[in-house]
Design a protein around this ligand. Structure first.
Ligand code: FMN
Length: 332
């Protein structure tokens, strides 16, 4: 079984999460240029705004890089349009990354186009299904920052998934803020790791400066799982830094700020699912500050290349170690 790096064509089996609003083309390109798999957040981008982002992404790096889409946020018809646009407007080295399962027709369309798929899941069943359809599977544990796809701890999910699909390409996600934690994820059966929060604080991330400093100041006891930031993405629990809004969700849903998305202005209501970016102003501390338990190990803002270099030492041997462990397991 090829390594994550082998499949995606990167040097390191490390994926950066395509975080909507936070992960623009600057972060994705910097991560890919450093030898890992960068990924730009597609979120609700469509039409000319999506084209502009894709153009920046593909002109910003000549390395493998991804575009992240979220099936449950946009729905099947809009997802089809987004997928078609990405396939039409990007070269083959651009892979598609999905948060949650797309329909089978999407898997077929992407693989028929010769592109790699990365699918983040929260259950063994979804992981088995995505692996059978050729995806690199990201197993997300409840330690993760952002929206949560399941209810299992990261290493438990990985262990159960690895037992079902021993030869699949599996990536661990959730609560990984240090090379030591990445090593634990590899020991649990992962071929590589995906980081979200660790890249929120990268210089190239578009997260608002006060969001970045809240993450570097926090430890894991400052995060909570809630469902209050539901405007724009209802019905899914998420892990965020505790705020005055998570403490008192009974407040009125009035506007607390404004922002720009690809140059277009929007008002930000209290309870909005949108993260505060460098283009956001207002009551930043009350907005959705998605953050994993990994924040306990993240204490400074660094460049994306520094993050990749720090993890590369641990991840370089991932394939060798896991192949040996799997061989022993099979023999035993
Ligand atoms: C600020 C933030 C925004 C996120 N947005 C997305 C997103 O748009 N798409 C996606 O696939 N995952 C998103 N995630 C979730 C990550 O893919 C991943 O599950 C999580 O970051 C892993 O845990 P960690 O933050 O402890 O590394 C987001 C995470 C964070 C912290």
């Amino acid at each position: 079984m090829p390594s994550v790096a082998g499949v995606l064509g990167t040097d390191v089996s490390l994926l950066q999460s395509g975080m909507g609003g936070v992960a623009g083309s600057e972060l994705a390109c910097a991560v890919s240029d450093a030898g890992a798999a960068g990924c730009a957040g597609g979120y609700k981008l469509a039409g000319g705004a999506l084209s502009a982002m894709l153009a920046r992404l593909t002109s910003g790096t000549d390395r493998p890089v991804g575009v992240n889409l979220i099936p449950e946020v946009v729905g099947p018809d809009e997802l089809d349009r987004q997928v078609a646009q990405v396939l039409d407007e990007t070269p083959d080295r651009v892979h598609l990354s999905f948060f949650g399962m797309p329909h089978d027709a999407v898997f077929d369309r992407v693989t028929a186009a010769g592109r790699h798929l990365v699918v983040q899941v929260g259950t063994v069943e979804d992981g088995v299904h995505a692996a059978a359809r050729g995806a690199v599977v990201v197993a997300q544990g409840i330690e993760a920052g952002g929206h949560l796809l399941g209810t299992s701890r990261r290493d438990d999910l990985m262990g159960a998934l690895r037992a079902r699909v021993p030869d699949a390409c599996l990536v661990a996600s959730g609560g990984i803020g240090s090379p030591g934690e990445a090593a634990r994820a590899l020991a649990a059966g992962a071929d590589g790791v995906l980081l979200g929060t660790a890249f929120v604080v990268a210089h190239e991330s578009r997260a608002h400066a006060r969001f970045k400093s809240a993450v570097t100041d926090a430890d894991e006891t400052d995060t909570v799982i809630t469902d209050v930031y539901e405007i724009g993405w209802p019905g899914r629990r998420h892990r965020v830094l505790a705020t005055a809004v998570t403490a008192d969700p009974g407040q009125p849903a009035k506007f607390i700020g404004k922002t720009l998305v690809e140059g277009k202005p929007y008002l930000v209501p209290r309870f909005s699912a949108a993260v505060p970016t460098e283009a956001t102003s207002g009551r930043i501390e009350e907005m959705a500050l998605y953050c994993g338990r990994s924040c306990g190990e993240i204490s400074e803002e660094v460049s994306a290349a520094d993050v990749v270099a720090a993890f590369a030492r641990v991840l370089a041997g991932a394939e060798v170690v896991n192949t040996e462990e799997k061989a022993e397991h099979h023999v035993g």
